[in-house]
Ligand binder design. Structure first.
Ligand code: BG6
Ligand code: MG
Length: 218
């Protein structure tokens, strides 16, 4: 059938929010006496908010109470939201809009599959919310990537078989999740990091309409 399900990750695929996550996590880590580097931030890509804080505390060899943990998660998010609130359509990554519009024109099914609980407000800020038929985000899943749950829910909502779905992802865990779900995985980033994806492109400027059409026609 010439209708496929295209599922997009958000952070690092549609918008470069990793820089805002970095600033907010660094601020928080430093406030409790823990160093936080860009290399560590890389390891938090695609990782849920809870898991991210657990990792930071482990790197800093720090144990805290549940109440403090909840407070820190809340503080980090408040800080992150200050950056998000300033976002607009200029922060959409190159050629993302061209790819979305090509797929919409071709009557393809399009969903978002993100670990973020802030996915909807971010899509609203950059004016892309209306492009997605379905949105699955951090509020809808119980198991984080590399578990395939987020993408399988997306496929189900789109009413497309998993093997007819294509996932765009920038994280190691996300590519693994797409592969486990039996979907075609497309890595956005470096081949060194995302070598386990079916295809890897530096960014969407490298993804031609002809390539998209070949995925539709498969
Ligand atoms: C992922 C990001 O998309 O969402 C992670 O790559 C982030 O860095 C995770 O921690 C959860 O996001 P949020 O917005 O719910 O804190
Ligand atoms: Mg991502």
């Amino acid at each position: 059938m010439n209708k496929k399900g295209f599922i997009f990750d958000l952070d690092g695929v549609i918008v470069d929010t990793a820089k805002y996550h970095f600033l907010a996590w660094k601020n928080l880590a430093n406030s409790i006496g823990i160093d936080f580097t860009h290399e560590q931030n890389e390891q938090l890509k695609g990782v849920s908010r809870i898991k991210s804080l657990e990792k930071i505390l482990a790197w800093g060899n720090k144990t805290i109470s549940d109440t403090e943990f909840q407070q820190l998660m809340h503080d980090k998010n408040e800080d992150y939201l200050q950056y998000i609130n300033k976002m607009d359509a200029s922060e959409i990554l190159p050629d993302v809009s061209r790819v979305l519009d090509f797929l919409i024109e071709g009557n393809q099914a399009i969903a978002l599959g993100s670990a973020s609980k802030n996915a909807r407000p971010i899509l609203e800020k950059v004016d892309l919310l209306s492009k997605f038929e379905e949105i699955v985000d951090g509020n809808d899943v119980t198991k984080a990537k590399p578990d395939p749950e987020v993408f399988l829910i997306g496929a189900k909502l789109l009413n497309i078989n998993p093997e007819d779905c294509i996932v765009f992802e920038d994280s190691v865990a996300g590519i693994e999740a797409a592969n486990v779900a039996n979907m075609i995985s497309i890595g956005i980033g470096s081949k060194n990091v995302l070598g386990h994806a079916n295809h890897v492109f530096k960014d969407f400027t490298e993804i031609s309409n002809e390539f998209l059409q070949s995925l539709i026609d498969k």
